[in-house]
Structures are given as structure tokens and as C-alpha cells.
Design a binder for this molecule. Structure first.
Ligand SMILES: Cc1cc2nc3c(=O)[nH]c(=O)nc-3n(C[C@H](O)[C@H](O)[C@H](O)COP(=O)(O)O)c2cc1C
Length: 377
């Protein structure tokens, strides 16, 4: 990779209320190192090591016990979790960084063992995800099939919206600079959006408007709680992650774009392009991101534009520099490169080689493969 000294990637940007010192964002990365759903000192070390990112987005963080779908992921529903997160956000801020929390309800991508009273996970419809989740077996992260979910009752949906709202309030109390609503990768809000997982016949299923209803209720609730300029959203229009599918993503997401645009100045919109962690194009699921962006801007949306999936320094620089009619990009999120390179920003700046990420330590374990990747200095 060649040096990128004068690159736009290293210039500051204001994203809603977030004053970011560069455009290199740490993507949300689940690492399953939070036993008891509690943030801890090891996580603090990990995030502080990566504080030179323009913005850190935390690993997906459960808004409720019901919203949990993997072993040893953190939550943000209880006062003790808020206090534990506060230590981490203070430390990241002391290191000069910015950090937002990714708010997560997994929906059907869960297992009875992780649910309150061992119950079934919840979903728009009683359709099992073709997906695996992670349980701990003798301290070892083990992939297992997700459990058969039950369909949420109409009367339960206001409670889920309220859980998002409480989690957003907790995020501010915990010292986060903002909150990203996780509406991607086949989790609850994506399950409601996409017809492959949503067969409801009430006001939350069927038409595009109905399938987008829960997402928009959640967005309105979070915005009402912490302000649009501290609220963000992550979407993945075409990813098949966690067994999700939508045969007609364009009209669905163009509608979502128009609805989000009416919320005005969100902090940023975060788009996963293609298959999360895989190909940037999905066969049979063509998607026009420029049209999607135009629909959002035409509706009045002013959020910064964040892209993700398989970017390296050169591709990021090209995306950030592209002139219309190409997509207009403000921020680039890096996932696996940030797992293995705590000083990713400096390495991109100097054009240095990157450490390779070790898959076997992605999920669960301790410091190995988590806080022991070497920095340049
Ligand atoms: C170990 C691991 C954990 C991940 N956890 C999350 C997560 O918690 N929330 C989320 O939205 N995406 C998650 N992702 C997806 C990444 O944020 C990102 O979209 C993906 O790795 C593609 O970006 P990259 O090519 O820069 O790695 C995860 C990916 C990996 C490899």
C-alpha cells in the first residue's frame, strides 16, 4: 500500500454532534469477552488501544436481556452496565478518542439458553433463522444453530421501542458520544424490514411501509431521547448474513431513506455494501447506493455518509475523493483491519503493512488475539 500523506481520509469532519479528527472509523466488532454481559477492564484496554480512530463504534451491545443472542456480549440495560461503560468511555476520551455504542436486539438470532427463563427468542414471525450463534462450552466459544423463535405479539412491540429508548438514555449516561441503531445483518430490525423473515399480516408486515414501521418507531424514540445529531443507523440492504433475504431491496431501502431523511440531521448513516465480510456485490441482489443516497438527501437528510466492507486505504481514499455522480462518502469503517491493527490510522498514514487478523481468536477468549496485536512503535 502506498503512503497517503495528503489524503482526505486524515482530515477532520463534523458528523452531527460528533467532531471527528479523521475519517477512519472502527466498525462494530463482537468479540464475546464480556461475561455476565458486563463491560470490563480488558475491553477498556482494547478500546483505548484503538482511540486514534476518528470514531470507535462499540461491539453490538444488547438493549435488553431478550435482545441478547450470543454468549458473553455486553449489554446496556442496567445501571451497573452503565457504570462499567462509563469507565471505558472516560478512558477513550482521555486518550483523545470518540466512541458511540451500537444498540442491538438480535431478534431470532439467539438461543433459548441466552433468553430470559430459557424461553424462545422473539421474531417478526415464527421462522427459524438459517444461522449459527455462539455459546460457551467449558469456556470455549462454540457455534450452535439458533433456536426456533416465536412471533412477537403486537402488544409487545411498544416495549421493545421503549427498551431502545432506555438504552439510548443509558448511552448518554454512560458517556458515549452517541448511539448507532443496529438495523443490519439480519437482526431484529432487519428481520422486520425484509420479507424473507417477516410474514406478519398486521401493521408491521406486508407492505414496505408496514415492514419499516418498527425501525422508524425506534429511530423516532432514540432521536427524541438523545437528539438526531447524536443518533446514527447501520443498514445492510443486500447482505445475506444470518439467513436474511429481501428479493426487492431497492424500493424497500429507498423508502427507508426517505423516512430517515425526514429525521433531518442524524449524525451518520452507515452502509454495509454487499455481503458483510464478503463480496461487495451480491448476485441477483443488485443495489444502487447512489439512488439510495439521493432519496435520502432529497428528503432533507444531512447525515454524514459512512461506508463499510472490505475497504483498504486505497479504496477508502478513492471513495472519499469520488466526484458526483459517484456516491459521496464522508467516513469509512474498517472491521477486521482494526481487530489486528490498533494503530490502523498511523499505518495507513505511513503506508505500512498491516497485521493479519487471526480468525480463531475473533470470538471469546482473553487478551490473546484481542489486546496483544503489535503497534508500530
Ligand atoms: C469478529 C467480527 C465481529 C463483528 N461484529 C459485528 C457487530 O457487533 N456489529 C455489526 O454491525 N457488525 C459486526 N461485524 C461486521 C463488521 O462490522 C464489518 O461490517 C465487516 O467485518 C466488514 O468490514 P471489514 O471488511 O472492514 O472487516 C463483525 C465482523 C467481525 C469479523
Amino acid at each position: 500500500m502506498s503512503t497517503l500523506p495528503e489524503s482526505k481520509i486524515f482530515t477532520p469532519i463534523q458528523a452531527g454532534a460528533l467532531a471527528l479528527r479523521n475519517r477512519v472509523v472502527m466498525a462494530p466488532l463482537t468479540r464475546n469477552r464480556a461475561p455476565g454481559a458486563m463491560p470490563n477492564d480488558l475491553m477498556q484496554t482494547y478500546y483505548v488501544q484503538r482511540a486514534s480512530a476518528g470514531l470507535i463504534i462499540t461491539e453490538a451491545t444488547a438493549i435488553s436481556h431478550q435482545g441478547q443472542g450470543y454468549a458473553d456480549v455486553p449489554g446496556i440495560w442496567s445501571p451497573t452496565q452503565v457504570l462499567a461503560w462509563r469507565k471505558i468511555t472516560d478512558a477513550v476520551h482521555a486518550a483523545g478518542g470518540k466512541i458511540v455504542v451500537q444498540l442491538w436486539h438480535v431478534g431470532r438470532v439467539s438461543h433459548c439458553e441466552l433468553q430470559p427463563k430459557g424461553g424462545a427468542p422473539v421474531a417478526p414471525s415464527a421462522l427459524q433463522a438459517n444461522a449459527k450463534t455462539v455459546l460457551m462450552r467449558q469456556g470455549v466459544a462454540t457455534f450452535v444453530e439458533t433456536s426456533m423463535p416465536r412471533a412477537l405479539e403486537l402488544t409487545e412491540l411498544p416495549g421493545i421501542v421503549a427498551d431502545y429508548r432506555t438504552a439510548a438514555r443509558n448511552a448518554v449516561a454512560a458517556g458515549f458520544d452517541g448511539a448507532e441503531v443496529h438495523a443490519a445483518n439480519g437482526y431484529l430490525l432487519d428481520q422486520f424490514l425484509k420479507s424473507g423473515a417477516n410474514q406478519r399480516s398486521d401493521a408491521y408486515g406486508g407492505s414496505i411501509e408496514n415492514r419499516a414501521r418498527l425501525l422508524m418507531e425506534v429511530m423516532h424514540a432514540v432521536v427524541a431521547e438523545i437528539g438526531a445529531d447524536r443518533t446514527a443507523i447501520r443498514l445492510s440492504p443486500v447482505t445475506p448474513s444470518n439467513g436474511i433475504d429481501e428479493p426487492q431491496p431497492q424500493p424497500l431501502f429507498d423508502y427507508v431513506a426517505r423516512q430517515l431523511g425526514q429525521l433531518g440531521g442524524l449524525a451518520y448513516l452507515h452502509l454495509i455494501e454487499g455481503t458483510t465480510g464478503g463480496a461487495r456485490e451480491v448476485e441477483g441482489r443488485a443495489f444502487d447506493y447512489v439512488a439510495f443516497q439521493q432519496a435520502y438527501r432529497d428528503a432533507g437528510g444531512t447525515a454524514a455518509w459512512m461506508v463499510n466492507n472490505a475497504y483498504d486505504g486505497a479504496l477508502a481514499q478513492a471513495a472519499l475523493s469520488a466526484a458526483p455522480p459517484a456516491l459521496q462518502v464522508d467516513l469509512v469503517a474498517f472491521g477486521r483491519p482494526f481487530i489486528a491493527n490498533p494503530d490502523l490510522v498511523e499505518r495507513l498514514r505511513r503506508g505500512c503493512a498491516l497485521n493479519a487478523a487471526q480468525r480463531q481468536t475473533f470470538y471469546g477468549g482473553g487478551a490473546a488475539g484481542y489486546t496483544d496485536y503489535p503497534s508500530l512503535s
